[in-house]
Ligand binder design. Structure first.
Ligand code: URA
Length: 219
């Protein structure tokens, strides 16, 4: 496996591979194929019995560990991330998401993309509150490690984890400051946009504007 294929490769040439749980696992890209001692821990996570049955694999976040902007989706898509092992990759949502990144001038290796829940629930259902509760320490671990300034929450479920929302429409595209100088930028989920047949150009444009606004906020 090449360093670039490693889910935990941080996009730089050297040194590479800071594992999501904070451990430097390889000093050079050539050694990046070594499995970290934490890998088995989350790949075999048994916290949610239903998700253990429904998932093909645990899908960890992927991308750059020194980025100031990350994206947090809901849970791996059945036809995408659950198969590919990479958040927002391989399904229709992933295609829209990748176009969004392009519009924002971001490569996957320049940002970090993860999900609130790391396993795909059955039959396209949303993760249950208990499953979110069980899983969220993994996300908090990623946040502690990366310390992003901007967290783009993709969809209502991810947004509701960071702030009390009853309806995403009230908050969407409006950057909100939370603790530790972090800024949340809530956006609609690509699957929702696609289901409603919304114009993607407008969707991309308003997200770009919201992120630009968040970037201008004083520290
Ligand atoms: N794929 C993901 O990784 N997350 C989502 O929320 C949807 C599809």
């Amino acid at each position: 496996m090449l360093a670039e294929d490693c889910l935990h490769f941080n996009g730089n040439e050297t040194p590479c591979c800071i594992h999501p749980l904070g451990q430097l696992i390889a000093a050079t890209p050539e050694k990046c194929n070594q499995k970290c001692k934490y890998y088995e821990g989350y790949q075999n996570c048994q916290r949610c019995p239903d998700l253990v049955k429904s998932r093909s694999q645990v899908v960890w976040g992927a991308g750059n560990h020194t980025t100031d902007i990350i994206f947090v989706g809901e849970s791996p898509g059945r036809l995408g991330a659950d198969k590919t092992g990479v958040p927002f990759k391989g399904d229709n949502s992933g295609k829209i998401f990748e176009k969004l990144l392009e519009h924002l001038g971001l490569k996957r290796s320049q940002t970090y993309i993860t999900n609130l829940v790391k396993c795909c629930p059955e039959k396209g259902r949303a993760p249950a509150p208990g499953e979110i509760k069980n899983c969220v320490s993994w996300l908090h671990q990623e946040l502690r490690n990366i310390r992003p300034r901007i967290i783009v929450t993709v969809g209502a479920t991810a947004t509701a984890h960071f702030m009390p929302i009853s309806h995403l429409g009230t908050w969407v595209y409006k950057p909100v400051g939370i603790s530790q100088g972090r800024i949340i930028v809530p956006i609609y989920h690509p699957a929702y946009v696609s289901r409603n047949g919304w114009d993607l150009t407008t969707y991309f444009r308003v997200i770009k504007q919201a992120i630009e606004k968040a970037r201008k906020w004083k520290r």
